[in-house]
Design a protein around this ligand. Structure first.
Ligand SMILES: [Fe+2]
Ligand SMILES: [Fe+2]
Length: 189
């Protein structure tokens, strides 16, 4: 069985809603195409896309329980927004437990908050999550185009957008997200 077949099997077994499953397939396609453009492994990108939101529909209790099961250290912001933030880290652990590679697990782990020192694969998934074909937010088309010219620039646009959205709601962004913003800002002219 290939990694892709394995990921397909896991995705179906977990019984996601049709909407979320369609999102995962869209992210897989978009991540794969970005990986071809930017030199990451296309199969790994597709697999990470298929599996990245495996735990997105779990309840807060379930996500926290999975974090405990995988012995994850959970910080206060992650605890408060467990479903929104921690679903990435627990899905990464679940993927690793299924035998997928550390690179795939890492891309899944970083898909919500990013962080500094992301690999090309990590960035492909991060950007694909927000720009897959099913996404229709205002400006998405421009970021899709930007991602073909510079993956870093697209990641910077997206993280800026996330930070602004959080601050407009009176929330302070997670330090891991800020680390990505600072790093990418430093590389742009
Ligand atoms: Fe997610
Ligand atoms: Fe997602």
């Amino acid at each position: 069985m290939t990694d892709r077949e394995h990921a397909e099997r896991v995705l179906v077994e977990r019984g996601l809603s049709p909407e979320l499953e369609a999102h995962c397939r869209g992210v897989a396609a978009q991540a794969e195409s970005l990986a071809r453009r930017w030199g990451a492994a296309p199969d790994d990108a597709a697999v990470a896309g298929l599996l990245h939101d495996l735990c997105r529909e779990r309840t807060r209790q379930e996500v926290l329980e999975l974090a405990r099961k995988h012995s994850l250290k959970v910080d206060p912001i992650e605890k408060e927004y467990a479903v929104q933030l921690l679903h990435a880290r627990v899905a990464a652990e679940e993927a690793a437990a299924e035998g997928f590679s550390p690179q795939i697990a890492e891309a899944i782990r970083r898909h919500t908050l990013g962080g500094s020192g992301m690999s090309v694969l990590d960035e492909c998934l991060f950007v694909a999550d927000a720009t897959e074909p099913g996404r229709t937010w205002q400006g998405v088309e421009a970021v899709r185009r930007q991602a073909l010219k510079s993956l870093d620039a697209a990641a910077l646009t997206l993280v800026r957008r996330d930070v602004e959205r959080l601050r407009s709601r009176g929330r302070e962004p997670h330090p891991t997200m800020m680390a990505l913003l600072e790093e990418k800002r430093g590389t742009q002219v």
